[in-house]
Write a protein that binds this ligand. Structure first.
Ligand code: NAD
Length: 462
């Protein structure tokens, strides 16, 4: 191992401590989770709201709902289930192995690395940490440099709650991630873009480190003519413009039955107006784009669409001084536009129409497997047809984002949108190794089948 690595010492300290942490009881792990819960729910709640507001004007209530509450929920769910998850699972033993018993022991992976993105920094750093703690691991956390106020606050919280030999948070830019990725972690849990996911997986392969990759991509939303369009548009406007569209499972684009377009456009304008007023820039319920780099990326993509003949049906305003982009709806997009080629990750919604549901499904399947696929329809046959003939990390029917909130469901992507799952027991499994243990109690039939292979009948008699 490279001893010049700035994080070698920290890594070695956690490695030396891993069995102590791995052998903690479920009660000790619950105590740690409760400390984290108290910090998020009480001690640091207001500081978290303020840090995120400084980083990208995220509204306080949205911070409570999308950052603090989901981690508290993950903690509570883990506390109620941890004892049963940690219990060795007795499994059947075949007759040929008579005289023995078999168990699956969920042992800690060891020293883990959690790299998180900026868009939900509290949620996407601390929720995986909950799974790491439940699994009995030590962990180094590396949040994003793009939300510096929140990262700084998280560093303070972590250093107050935990000894660095067990859980440490390091702040830094890409070079920090790169240095960490050189180390032989036992597991890496990465949340971010597919492009960086590939870098993480390549680095992990050097040490054959297991990975969970929670990635992104273009999540389609298919709407057919049986859906209640008013309710549908309200939910889409909510799901798309929460966090100013900077949500991995936000609807990336809409596939709409052709005849519904005029009504959809009118309802879109109406709902944006209701949610954020006629001037969303003055609304205290609407976030900003995280930084000028992402602001520029999005305004360039909009410009590219306009040059190529697309129609801005609603919105389109922006203000560079505040990284503000109005909730925007664009139609008539040629396939070669940035908006149709890349994950948007901002408040611009492309609207594409289709004639038949088969055409919509074929369009989805011509692209990479999405993280989420949304369906708005009252027709069971259509819903089943879409689910059976597409592939996606998750699907929510007749609503948006809710699949993320059920801890009994695995959360994650498939291929380009991710590898592995998080939340509840699925997150716990990512941070543990399912170790097989077979205990032999009495003589086994297998003992008779050892060399020399001649005279085995005689051995049986004896
Ligand atoms: P990103 O991939 O640019 O960065 C994520 C993390 O990786 C950050 O901590 C960053 O410092 C680090 N990083 C960046 N470049 C790196 C490099 N070359 N080598 C090593 N580390 C590097 O992602 P982002 O912009 O922070 O977040 C947006 C992306 O994350 C979107 O694609 C979105 O869909 C995805 N996302 C996915 C989920 C999910 O749960 N599946 C959740 C949120 C965001």
């Amino acid at each position: 191992m490279n001893t010049e690595n700035p994080f070698s010492e920290l890594f070695q300290k956690q490695k030396a401590n891993q069995f102590k942490i791995g052998n903690t009881t479920y009660k000790e792990r619950i105590a740690k989770l409760k400390r984290l819960q108290d910090a998020l729910e009480n001690t640091y709640k207001q500081d978290i709201r303020e840090a995120l507001f400084q980083d990208f004007k995220k509204p306080f209530l949205e911070t409570d709902l999308t950052e603090i509450y989901p981690v508290i929920d993950e903690i509570k769910f883990a506390i109620s289930n941890l004892k049963s998850w940690l219990k060795p699972e007795k499994v059947a033993t075949p007759v040929s192995l008579l005289g023995s018993s078999s168990f699956i022991v969920n042992e800690p992976k060891g020293v883990c690395l959690i790299i998180s993105p900026w868009n939900y920094p509290i949620n996407l750093t601390f929720a995986p940490l909950v799974s790491a703690i439940v699994g009995g691991n030590t962990a180094i956390l590396k949040p994003s440099e793009m939300t510096p106020n929140t990262s700084k606050l998280m560093a303070k919280i972590v250093s107050e709650l935990f000894d660095e030999n067990e859980i440490a948070l390091v702040e830094g830019e890409v070079e920090t991630s790169e240095a960490l990725l050189e180390l032989p972690f036992n597991h890496i849990f990465f949340t971010g873009s597919p492009a960086v996911g590939k870098i993480v997986m390549k680095a992990a392969s050097k040490n054959l480190t297991s990975v969970t990759l929670e990635l992104g991509g273009k999540s389609p939303t298919i709407i057919d003519d049986s859906s209640n369009l008013e309710k549908t548009v309200k939910k889409i406007v909510y799901g798309k413009f929460t966090n100013a569209g900077q949500t991995c499972i936000a609807p990336d684009y809409v596939l709409l039955q052709e005849s519904l377009k005029p009504e959809f456009v009118a309802l879109f304008k109406q709902e944006v107006n209701t949610f954020y007023s006629e001037n969303p820039e003055s609304s205290d319920s609407y976030s900003r784009i995280v930084n000028s780099k992402h602001f520029e990326r999005l305004t360039k993509a909009l410009e590219d669409a306009k040059i190529k003949g697309s129609i801005v049906e609603s919105g389109g305003d922006f203000n560079v001084s505040d990284c503000y982009i109005e909730p925007t709806l664009v139609s008539n997009l040629p396939e070669d536009t940035t908006l149709m080629q890349e994950e948007i990750f901002g408040p611009i919604l492309p609207l594409k129409t289709y004639k038949t549901i088969e055409e919509a499904v074929a369009y989805v399947n011509a692209n990479k497997k999405p993280l989420a696929l949304y369906i708005f329809s009252k027709n069971k046959k259509t819903i089943d047809y879409i689910i059976e003939n597409t592939r996606a990390g998750s699907t929510c029917v007749n609503h948006i984002l809710l699949q993320f909130l059920n801890h009994n469901l695995p959360f994650g992507g498939s291929n380009n949108s991710g590898i592995g799952k998080s939340h509840g027991v699925f997150g716990f499994r990512e941070f543990t190794n399912q170790r097989s243990v077979l205990k032999q109690h009495t003589i086994s039939a297998v003992d008779l089948l050892i060399p020399p292979y001649t005279n085995w009948k005689k051995k049986l008699v004896n």
